[in-house]
Design a binder for this molecule. Sequence first.
Ligand code: AP5
Ligand code: MG
Length: 217
Amino acid sequence: MLNIILLGPPGAGKGTQAARLQADRGMVQMSTGDMLREAVAAGTPVGLKAKAVMERGELVSDAIVSALIGERLDAAADKGAIFDGFPRTKHQAEALDILLGERGRKLDYVIELAVEEEALVTRITGRFTCAKCGTGYHDQFKLPKTAGICDACGSTEFKRRPDDNEQTVRTRMAEYRAKTAPILPYYEERGLVRRVDGMASVDAVAAQIDAILDAGA
Ligand code: AP5
Ligand code: MG
């Protein structure tokens, strides 16, 4: 049972690879972005606080996101967790260590998806998902097999994220550079970081990640 972090800037492919690992290996995807979007959609107190912050592309408070992870960590107890978009600050990294430690668990790998920022703008602004089942698509890289129909569930409704416009993407990237990239040394000191080429195709990135996880199994 492995616990891993997928670390990389907006559009690096964290969600794509986490969903794939969940489907192939039965690990549990823990995406704070998805949790926050659910809270916004449901209009919970957390959602009300997070909505405007997310639309600006800034980070939601450490306390809120750490609590969201804490509430869900037990669900991944015997399957392993893929942390997608968490931690994003030194504080969150420390909170995760405490949450795992309390449960007798530890981190196995921090997989860094290395990418070129300019390519990410295209990836993000072209992204859309099935409104019903959440399957991800892209205007250029991954269209549904039949135009307008979800491959997975047959739905004809799709949606785009409100923070997937160029201006917000620039802020999200600046937040990543300023607050998230600096947590890498925290994990490098512990020998946990494995770098993969996030510019390769989705399948090639998946193969790189599988090689890391299988080598350690
Ligand atoms: P979050 O939802 O985590 O967004 P993000 O980090 O900005 O990352 P994305 O989801 O945009 O990208 P991704 O790496 O998952 O890429 P994807 O696989 O979709 O966070 C949103 C907001 O919530 C934050 O801005 C913040 O406000 C808040 N938040 C969340 N967590 C927080 C935290 N811990 N602390 C504080 N605030 C927090 O891929 C992108 C596109 O590219 C897709 O269309 C995909 O099909 C395509 N693609 C993927 N891989 C490839 C490939 N190899 N080649 C070609 N195309 C590819
Ligand atoms: Mg994502």
